[in-house]
Design a protein. Structure first.
Length: 316
């Protein structure tokens, strides 16, 4: 490409600053290393004046969403409370630029916005792991993956944080070669560059220092069956050990019982759904394996010190 490649970043209120920096800096450093203007970028917000990220820092922007100039790549960048920021101008701009031929992408939680616009149906997509539960409930037609980014679909998605740097380095390597991408990573003192297929979250083995395959398998079964939770006895039988052995493993490695660990998983999933979706408390209870909304409300309040209804209202 003889001319600079233009990136447009549509900054949604409460966007995440780390993803923003990880998007811009690799492009800037690529220009610096080569002594050429390989990349240029434009920033846009709803009012065309500024955008405030989740840590309170205010960034000046170049234009309103609707006035963003034609670009080669356009990324929507959002963060917390993304459901409060489905701006019609934003969606109209994304659709217009896609028709113009821009490659469209979403960073951090912005996959919610593009899915809301119907752009991710039937595609693989990445989003920050903290939004997985709500996203899967809202958009079952999207193939949500746990990878750090997805760059081989018509819509590019990255899970946010430093995964944005991984994506940008990938794009730099595609266009200008791996040597430049490596040189940019070196300037960033970023020596853990990940491929798109890398998992967002560390494995259970790494997180807890575990090496016991029975415990890892038991936790995986619990994660995969939250809607219809299995008893410790059933899980133990499935992995080929006794219930007593399973209890000893959880006590030794996690300092809790299998029953308590499973309840914590279900309640954390419930909290995510209450905050991230429009589901009713009853629907959330059923999705997390509670047959009675009353029982769900009691154990939720015991765990978090607040009722599900109050939690939903507060965090929204």
């Amino acid at each position: 490409m003889d001319r600079p490649e233009r990136f447009a970043f549509l900054l949604v209120p409460e966007f995440t600053h780390i993803a923003f920096s990880c998007a811009i800096e690799p492009l800037r450093i690529a220009n610096l290393i080569t002594g050429e203007t390989l990349y240029e970028w434009v920033l846009a917000s709803g009012d065309g004046a500024s955008a405030t990220c989740s840590n309170g820092i205010v960034s000046l922007v170049d234009c309103r969403y609707r006035d963003v100039p034609p670009s080669d790549r356009l990324f929507v960048l959002s963060g917390i409370n993304v459901h409060n920021h489905f701006d019609p101008d934003l969606l109209a701009t994304v659709r217009r630029e896609r028709v113009r031929g821009a490659r469209i992408g979403a960073l951090c939680s912005a996959a919610f916005i593009l899915a809301k616009a119907g752009m991710l149906e039937g595609m693989r997509a990445a989003i920050h792991w903290d939004f997985h539960d709500g996203f899967m409930e809202d958009f079952p037609g999207v193939d949500l993956v746990s990878s750090v980014f997805v760059a081989d679909e018509p819509i590019i998605t990255a899970s946010g944080g430093t995964a944005t740097a991984d994506l940008m380095l990938h794009l730099i390597g595609q266009t200008h070669g791996d040597d430049l991408a490596i040189a940019v990573a070196d300037q960033m003192v970023y020596n853990a560059v990940r491929e798109g297929t890398a998992e967002q979250r560390v494995s259970l083995q790494s997180r807890y220092g575990m090496r016991n395959p029975h415990l890892v398998k038991a936790i995986q079964i619990m994660n995969d069956s939250i809607e219809r939770p299995r008893s410790p006895a059933v899980i133990a039988a499935e992995i080929g050990i006794s219930t007593r052995q399973l209890e000893r493993l959880f006590g030794r490695h996690l300092n809790c019982s299998p029953k308590k660990y499973l309840m914590d998983l279900r309640l954390q999933r419930a909290r995510n759904l209450l905050v991230q979706t429009d589901q009713s408390v009853t629907e959330v209870a059923l999705a997390c394996g509670f047959e009675s909304p009353g029982h769900f409300a009691r154990v939720y309040r015991t765990r978090f010190g607040i009722t599900p209804t109050a939690q939903q209202a507060r965090l929204r």
